[in-house]
Design a protein around this ligand. Sequence first.
Ligand code: PLP
Length: 410
Amino acid sequence: MARSSWTCMMTLFRPSAAHVALAAQAEKPVCAFLHDLGALRDQVRSLTAPLPPGTEFFYEVKANNDPRVLRALAPWVSGFEVASAGEVLRIRDSVGPSARIVMGGPARTEDDVRLILAQGVERLHVESLHVMRLANAVAARAGAILPILLRVNLAGPVPGTTLTMGGSATQFGIEQGSIADAIAMLDACPSLRFEGFHFHTVSNNRDAAGHAALCAAELRFARDWSRAHGVDLRIVNLGGGWGVDYADLGWRFNVAAFARALGPELAQGPRIQFECGRIVAAYHAAYLCEILDLKRTHGRAFALLRGGTHHFRLPSSWSHNHPFRIIPRDPWPHPWQRPEFIDTDITLAGELCTPKDVLARNVAVDRVRVGDLVCFQMAGAYGWDISHHDFLCHAHPERLFLNEGRMVPA
Ligand SMILES: Cc1ncc(COP(=O)(O)O)c(C=O)c1O
């Protein structure tokens, strides 16, 4: 991974008028994701630069699996963390045979393990004792040794964040109380090679000091367990979870403070890995939607968009008002008066036939008109990728990827 004195943390992509013109060329209402791959690269470089040498930083593919994103990131990350056979093949097709891949995820099949072995996936993060047996059996049949980390669901409590995967009753990982059983079972699994522990306990932690404390505690647990059970600890994967703030576009997770706070723990080894998604991919993309209609019902003002949660489910999934700005567009092609609202609290609704299709509620705007654009910012992570694209069979959005001002082909 390239290291430099890179410190720029303000990589939020704000589409210019020229960018908007690119998205608005067709004779139809605007609906487009615009990605700036230069901003994406700047972001990942700013995240990895403060980390101590030897720390491995993987990109969490589920945040945005577009091949152009994966190719743009490949030179700047240690590798890719995937959760499915499809993601393995996506990396192999778009980045190539030498890209490093590690795999995690709670529900695993024999086919997954066969594919891992066939595609040179480096390591499996095992989440249950049954999957240990299953992976061992498949590896034994293939005459292979499969390196594994044991994913731990901590006893907790862990600090509250937007999403909590461990430290509570979730489907993830092997609960802390069963780690001794999992280590004991290694004797019966000679086709697995234990290499260490995996923790992805929280997502979107905005408290850099708190996140460093959590990671430090996880590292100490990993060292204590391997010492107590006499197993060789080569790797600890501390997951992702570095936060972003959708309510404050200027706020950034303090990676330098995080790395400083964790530094003394990291220096004691073993090899440390991170696998971040949201903080890498959130900032470089915007989702542009044309306002198709304006109306009031029961006293509330609505703007109806070409687009919605079938393209961008994040705001409804998190029940938040996604940050946006209105981009005014002056041409008005119709002979009747242009509908507009002035100084209004607007609710931005999509084109789906469900009252759940809302991207922001009651947000004050100076002026909105039919034909103006809504530009949702920080739309690059868990946006298009987590959405139900074909509900109602509306046309998909354009997906435009820019690099140094040029369009990047698929
Ligand atoms: C196992 C695992 N690791 C890492 C991540 C990345 O998390 P984040 O996007 O919060 O960095 C995820 C996301 O859910 C995950 O499931």
